[in-house]
Design a binder for this molecule. Structure first.
Ligand code: SF4
Ligand code: SF4
Length: 360
């Protein structure tokens, strides 16, 4: 296992980090905890959990595993999405209890989806409460997680509140986040990437993503992880494990790993730009929209439908990932500006109209 410095924290974390949001059966707490212990044996030392994951069993499961690990041999990360300071404090105290630890190594202001939502986390006291908890020693490092586009990540990063960021980043959307990751690196922040396999879409559509592989890569999962870890600004790729085989596959991906040469990275960029017919690459060139519509998020949800062929995947992406009701797509006034700028020439207006008309 390779270990990388998490920003300026003085901590080194494993380049493959364990996500605890994809247990096959969340009620099997002991079995899932055993899998996390196995990941620890394989050299993984960063465990990322949160309230609500896996029917709200993830923190309990992670705590069961951590209690069996030697103190000092792991780092744990959890989160709160509360805006209210007192509510964040309650979340934190519950997490400490469930995890069986006296401090959280990396505590996230969770899931910043828009800049107004970020302002609310500050104005309603969540950030202040987290900083106070850090001063009390209950949190070691305050970080944030986000699905903001790169430009907006820069706004949050420039406030110098956080020591690191956890951000969605994969071969499917890397152009959308590149600037934000560079800004985090410039501030010497840690960068943990989530959804490195595009929420499972990359292995599910392995043929379509075969261009990620070099001749040395046995499969697209290996290639997708190597691609992410080839970015020198990325500290770790967070992989949600469902089985020991997943752990082995992810750990093996970085054995004898040397970062991809820039020519292969450029080949991937060109393939994503040129060959993803109908797919949004997340480049963000369509923005800004005069109606404030966050077009790449809607098109990302549409990607799910293209790749799986099922409308339910579009709906789930909107509901659980972006938290956007379909009818909000109706705010589009069909001015056409975004389609003029879209690098993939996507029929954005038609798609938004169809989403807005979807029946509940
Ligand atoms: S066509 Fe719709 S989504 Fe595109 S820029 Fe105009 S209002 Fe925004
Ligand atoms: S809609 Fe087009 S321009 Fe906008 S992010 Fe997607 S591919 Fe890029």
């Amino acid at each position: 296992m390779k270990y990388r410095a998490y920003g300026k924290t003085g901590k080194k974390i494993s380049a493959i980090a364990a996500g605890t949001m994809r247990f096959t059966d969340s009620s099997k707490i002991e079995e899932n905890a055993d899998m996390l212990l196995y990941a620890h044996e394989r050299g993984i030392n960063y465990f990322d959990t949160a309230p609500l994951y896996c029917d709200d069993k993830s923190e309990e499961t992670t705590g069961r595993a951590l209690r069996q690990m030697k103190a000092g041999s792991y780092y744990v990360s959890t989160k709160s999405s509360q805006s209210d300071g007192a509510a964040l404090r309650r979340d934190l105290e519950r997490s400490l209890e469930r995890l069986g630890v006296d401090r959280i190594h990396f505590f996230h202001i969770w899931c910043l989806l828009s800049l107004p939502a970020w302002e609310e986390r500050k104005s309603k006291g969540a950030v202040e409460a987290a900083l106070k908890a850090r001063d009390e020693g209950l949190i070691e490092h305050l970080v944030f997680s986000t699905h903001l586009p790169g430009d907006e990540m820069i706004d949050v990063i420039s406030e110098d509140i956080f020591e690191g960021v956890t951000v969605g980043y994969s071969a499917m959307n890397f152009m959308y986040r590149e600037k934000g990751i560079q800004a985090a690196a410039a501030k010497e922040m840690g960068v943990v990437t989530m959804n490195p396999l595009g929420g499972g879409l990359i292995p599910q559509h392995a043929e379509r993503f075969d261009f990620l592989r070099t001749p040395d890569d046995p499969d697209v999962v290996t290639a997708a992880l190597r691609f992410i870890c080839s970015n020198p600004h990325v500290t770790a790729a967070l992989v949600g494990f469902s089985s020991r085989e997943h752990v082995d596959q992810a750990v093996r991906a970085l054995d004898d790993f040397t970062p991809y040469p820039s020519a292969h990275i450029e080949h991937i960029r060109a393939q994503v730009m040129d060959n993803f017919d109908g797919l949004c690459t997340g480049c963000g060139y369509c923005l800004p929209c005069p109606q404030g519509i966050e077009i790449p998020k809607w098109m990302d949800a549409w990607n799910m439908q293209i790749l799986s062929g099922q409308e339910k995947d579009l709906r789930e992406r909107l509901q659980w990932h972006w938290w956007m009701p379909p009818e909000a797509a109706g705010a589009c006034v069909a001015c056409g500006l975004c389609e003029e700028r879209c690098t993939q020439h996507l029929p954005i207006m038609e798609r938004l109209e169809k989403i807005a008309a979807m029946k509940g």
